[in-house]
Design a protein around this ligand. Structure first.
Ligand code: NAD
Length: 417
């Protein structure tokens, strides 16, 4: 049995420590940067439709605010726990710094399977959770956004709850809102767009073309399904895709639009008639050019990294690869585009949304995409440069870049008082 440590927060700290070593940070500064600034755990009583009450547990963590307000999504999932939220919050700190956005890192989550709740129950849960974390959030303090099993509707409820208690509509308290309510055009597809832009760069570096490249995608939600559309439109061949119930495989290619329609109607992909069913673990080991984990943490581990055949692994999900697996992939010459770079398109367009909300002046989608591409390309180049300097993987380079920036901000601000 594997003895690999799968605690996501300890994994996040491991990557931080590696960067701190490369940057030769002293012990005091390491302690400041690796410790979350604040963690709030709340209980959320909800009146269910049948008149009974259930209590759910939620968290909101701000990991670091040296470069600006905390920024990060809210996850509704049965597996949510405080260490996972702390890990996700710290990855947001490094992600925002990697992209040079004026934000720190935060994250929230509720331990719940939202598929078991009615729409009314979900709304009451969201509003009560918002009320409980209200003292911490705000457009200048900590700004939530969607993550696994939350969406623009969730953000609209959060924005409304916050605004009701403040007595004024406060658009900038969350991002990923509906466009009708101060959201940014292109935000719903931004995470996938960002992955697409970094994939173009990585393909160029490896002398590969996206056109004709074979792709397997694990996770067919916001990140995975939009990415399938974009890569298909560029001529890549989507040979496998999956969701929580399993996946579908066809070496000749799958039609992303038909898969999305089937998933919408049937709530699953493995029953899609365009291919044969495949398990989530087998999908990771397919002979493809590009593998995209777009679901949850710890999917590529020491146990299966040796069986991954993809030349490029683009981490649309946060934390899909363990440190031991990362070393094996690097040694095998694979290119891993790390989460804090690959999936940063979402938070980058969240930043654009926040800016547009403050100005109450909104951009068209072409402008959003143009600016996003600029940010992603610039970040990819800076990460690749650091990786070259330190003779390490892109993940190593991304962490050196990000930790260096947060360290610099902390040093010039000074430690209060
Ligand atoms: P989502 O809720 O829209 O979709 C999640 C998808 O993953 C669903 O298709 C679900 O069925 C599938 N899934 C769940 N458990 C699975 C499992 N065990 N195996 C395979 N598939 C499984 O969520 P999302 O917003 O697309 O987020 C996916 C990943 O991307 C997460 O790691 C999230 O943190 C990351 N991410 C999302 C954003 C964003 O803007 N939404 C930004 C950055 C990173």
């Amino acid at each position: 049995m594997s003895t690999e440590n799968l605690n996501p927060f300890e994994i996040a700290q491991f990557y931080f420590d590696q960067a701190a070593d490369r940057l030769m940070l002293d012990d005091g500064m390491r302690a400041v940067l690796r410790t979350p600034k604040r963690c709030l755990t709340v209980s959320i009583p909800v009146r269910m439709d049948d008149g009974t009450y259930r209590v759910f547990i939620g968290h909101r963590v701000a990991h670091n605010m040296a470069r600006g307000p905390a920024k990060g999504g809210i996850r509704f999932h049965p597996g949510v726990n405080l260490d996972e939220v702390k890990a996700l919050a710290s990855w947001m700190t490094w992600k925002c710094a990697c992209l040079d956005l004026p934000f720190g890192g935060g994250k929230g989550g509720v331990t719940v399977d939202p598929h078991e709740l009615s729409q009314g129950e979900l709304e009451r849960l969201t509003r009560r959770y918002t009320f409980e974390i209200l003292p911490l959030i705000g457009p200048e303090q900590d700004i939530p956004a969607p993550d696994v099993y939350t969406d623009s509707q969730t953000m609209a409820w959060i924005m409304d709850t916050y605004s009701m208690t403040k007595g004024a509509t406060t658009l900038g308290v969350v991002t990923g809102k509906p466009v009708a309510l101060g959201g940014s055009k292109g935000r719903d597809r931004a995470t996938a767009r960002g992955v697409q832009f970094t994939l173009r760069e990585a393909c160029r570096d490896r002398g590969m073309s996206l056109k004709g490249a074979t792709v397997a995608i694990q996770g067919y939600g916001n990140a995975g399904s939009h990415l399938a559309d974009f890569l298909h439109a560029e001529g890549a061949v989507i040979v496998a895709a999956s969701d929580s119930k399993g996946g579908v495989h066809n070496p000749k290619g799958l039609d992303p639009a038909a898969m999305a329609a089937h998933k919408y109607a049937d709530e699953s992909l493995h029953t899609f008639p365009g291919g044969k069913p495949i398990s989530n673990s087998a999908l990771l080991e397919l002979p493809v050019d590009i593998l995209v984990p777009a679901a949850l943490e710890n999917q590529i581990t020491a146990a299966n990294a040796g069986k991954v055949q993809a030349k490029i692994i683009a981490e649309a999900a946060n934390g899909p690869t363990t440190p031991a697996a990362d070393d094996l992939l690097f040694a095998a010459g694979r290119t891993v585009i790390p989460d804090i770079l690959a999936n940063a398109g979402g938070v980058t367009v969240s930043y654009f949304e926040w800016v547009q909300d403050f100005n109450t002046f909104f951009w068209d989608e072409a402008e959003v995409d143009r600016r996003l591409e600029e940010y992603m390309r610039r970040a990819y180049a800076a990460v690749a440069e650091k990786a070259k300097q330190h003779n390490c993987s892109l993940r190593g380079g991304a962490y050196v870049l990000a930790v260096g920036r947060v360290n610099q901000a902390t040093v010039v601000r000074g430690i209060f008082p």
